[in-house]
Write a protein that binds this ligand. Structure first.
Ligand code: FE
Ligand code: FE
Ligand code: FE
Length: 164
């Protein structure tokens, strides 16, 4: 627990939450990819794993810039969302239905990240850290693109799941 005296303190704490989220996702996304059957969905998880590693590196560079360490905080929301994902992975389900379920879990994660990055982008702007804002906005846009890609993958997969 840290003392939050300033918006800058809150900014760093929110960045730590995102860093914990990204590092948990680096562990979780390969399991999601392995559990997916649809090749587009599988590749989508693998592609987002690569993006997630870069997102963690972006956060590390922001931390270096403010002279703080990225660790020391665990994102409990992601622990919960990943536990739900693991539950879905273990589910005994027809392939298309399981794929639809994996998408449901993954979109919850992306929405959490979109909210988190949106928050820190606005803090970086008001704290007059335009380089941070730009880096963080890049990650925010990647999360939004991933959410859209999941939505578009879901149209075919939901159709198949409806016929299962
Ligand atoms: Fe991410
Ligand atoms: Fe969190
Ligand atoms: Fe993401």
């Amino acid at each position: 627990m840290t003392t939050l005296k300033t918006l800058k303190d809150l900014y760093v704490e929110q960045l730590r939450d995102l860093y914990s989220a990204e590092t948990q996702l680096v562990q979780a996304l390969p399991k999601m990819a392995a559990a997916a059957t649809d090749p587009t969905l599988k590749q989508g998880f693998e592609r987002h794993l690569d993006q997630t590693r870069v997102q963690a590196q972006r956060l590390e560079s922001v931390f270096r810039d403010v002279g703080e360490a990225p660790g020391g905080h665990i994102c409990q929301a992601l622990q919960g969302l990943i536990a739900e994902g693991e539950e879905m992975i273990r589910e005994d389900a027809v392939a298309a239905v399981k794929d639809a379920g994996l998408i449901a879990c993954a979109q919850r994660v992306e929405h959490y990240e979109i909210a988190g990055y949106g928050t820190v982008v606005r803090y970086a702007e008001v704290l007059q850290l335009p380089d941070h804002a730009q880096q963080l906005r890049t990650s925010e846009l990647e999360e939004k693109d991933t959410d859209l890609a999941l939505s578009s993958a879901s149209s075919a997969i939901n159709q198949q799941a409806a016929l299962a």
